[in-house]
Ligand binder design. Structure first.
Ligand code: SAH
Length: 464
């Protein structure tokens, strides 16, 4: 280890920044976040610094640096673009054993600034020892993305109840397990979704009930998006990685299931057309039973759970049985496929509204409000419509849609297997007759489809 990480308490401490340009401003901003009392010495003070609102306020000295300036300071940063001044600051600081950083000059510095993830009171510092600051910053971005901003609130809540927990749970090992559950379970999730008060109530409850109950687990109803793993939300990703059990559908891609913890149990409850491998009521109850056994259950659904996803039914059962849950929205097939096919769902010149319908056949019939769907200036998106495609096109034409109205069929949208075929209400059913088409497919109808040729950007494989 070339540098030893420590965290300085700079509250109210005198710190000096020599230089007053943009680089100095960034360091001042950081020191100020830690509550430092900052003096700035520079020939010229930039407006950014002159107008900076810090607490305590900055002391600005527009003058040349002199070695006698240093005495009172606890920490010094030299951020001038004058090599001689930087060297002089560093030398004087070192003589007086004051920690000094010369920006972008590790040789002259006695300490270096890390890349910082600030979730105060949680602070994460990352350093490459000056060898690759850009890499450290990239790493920071990665860490930022997996640590929700509310982690700070979670730490504050823990701090607030720390003594109480200590009194209540005397054995350190048990206390550790208690906190692990708090930080990875319902209580943390309440904080992350902004319900701090509820989290505190639950934490108190958990403490009061400690020893008498087995904690219930909880269910995360997660929208896994249309296929591609990097279209997951951060929240989906985080919950998926903390789940003990993953219950998933056919539409959820293997690459997404791979993101779950390695030791998590994975249960397939997928449905295929006409072949429901587990009836919906059984899925609903399975989720409830797993949670009652204390498990954190990630219920992964393709797209968005509340769009043709029966998510409502699943959480109704959970609610009725008093099980905590949360719903994580996902990118629904309509927006995923539309974006990746270069077909805007609304467009000022084409469509002012957009309707999502299911083209699922009931008794070999597609029952939809055709008069409404045949109206102009809208986009109609049809989920589960492949089998009924011919009937759909026919019914629209019968109810007044032009035969030449553009229509697109998108297969496995957003994935590397995406294929798009476009035609008209009259031609598409014929065009796809001899194609081998793989589920899932989505249908988009409306003049917006005509934009596909111009706006397609995703390198989809040609339809064959
Ligand atoms: N809840 C899901 C929809 C489930 S219904 C969502 O919000 O997207 C299943 C239907 O969604 C499929 O029959 C198909 O019409 C559509 N679908 C889902 N993912 C798709 C994809 N990647 N490409 C094309 N259609 C998709």
């Amino acid at each position: 280890m070339d540098y030893f990480p420590v965290f300085f308490n700079l509250k109210g401490q005198d710190c000096l920044v020599v230089g007053a340009g943009e680089v100095a401003a960034r360091k001042i901003e950081l020191l100020s976040r830690a509550g430092a009392k900052i003096t700035v010495i520079a020939h010229e003070i930039s407006t950014t610094i002159a107008t900076m609102q810090t607490s305590p306020p900055l002391t600005l000295k527009q003058t040349a640096f002199s070695p006698t300036d240093l005495r009172q300071f606890r920490l010094i940063v030299s951020a001038t673009n004058d090599i001689a001044t930087n060297a002089l600051v560093a030398k004087t600081a070192k003589e007086q054993s004051i920690p000094v950083n010369v920006v972008d000059n590790p040789e002259l510095s006695s300490f270096i600034f890390p890349a910082i993830v600030d979730r105060s009171p949680i602070v994460i510092a990352i350093s490459s020892g000056g060898s690759a600051p850009v890499l450290a910053r990239l790493l920071r971005a990665k860490i930022e993305s997996v640590i929700p901003p509310a982690y700070g609130q979670l730490a504050n809540l823990a701090e607030k109840l720390r003594d109480k927990v200590k009194q209540h749970i005397k054995i350190p090992l048990q206390r550790r397990i208690f906190w692990e559950n708090v930080f990875q379970g319902t209580i943390a999730e309440q904080v992350f979704s902004g319900n701090d008060q509820n989290a505190e109530i639950l934490l108190n409850q958990a403490l009061n009930n400690y020893n008498d109950t087995i904690d219930n687990g909880e269910v995360y109803l997660i929208g896994a998006g249309p296929g591609s793993a990097d279209l997951l939300t951060f929240r989906a990703m985080r919950l998926l990685q903390q789940a003990d059990v993953v219950v998933y559908d056919r539409l959820v891609s293997p690459e997404i299931i791979d993101l779950a913890r390695r030791d998590a149990e994975k249960i397939y409850v997928g449905k295929q057309r006409q072949n429901h491998s587990l009836p919906q009521v059984s899925i609903n109850q399975l989720l409830a039973d797993l949670a009652k056994a204390g498990k954190r259950v990630a219920r992964l659904k393709g797209g968005d759970p509340f769009i043709f996803g029966r998510g409502g039914e699943e959480i109704e059962t959970l609610m009725a049985q008093g099980i905590h849950f949360q719903v994580v929205p996902g990118i629904t097939a309509a927006s995923g496929c539309a974006s990746y096919a270069g077909i805007p769902l609304t467009h000022r010149d084409h469509a002012q509204s957009c309707v999502f319908v299911t083209g699922h056949l009931k008794d070999d019939c597609v029952n939809l409000n055709w008069t409404q769907l045949a109206l102009p200036n809208q986009t109609v998106v049809i989920y589960m419509g492949l089998v009924g495609l011919e009937q759909i096109c026919q019914s629209l034409i019968e109810h007044g849609s032009p035969r030449e109205l553009p229509i697109a069929l998108i297969q496995q949208g957003t994935t590397n297997n995406q294929k798009v075929i476009t035609g008209t209400l009259e031609t598409l059913p014929v065009l796809i007759k001899n194609q081998s088409i793989k589920a899932p497919t989505l249908i988009i109808i409306g003049t917006v489809v005509s934009l596909h040729d111009k706006l397609k950007w995703f390198l989809a494989k040609p339809f064959s």
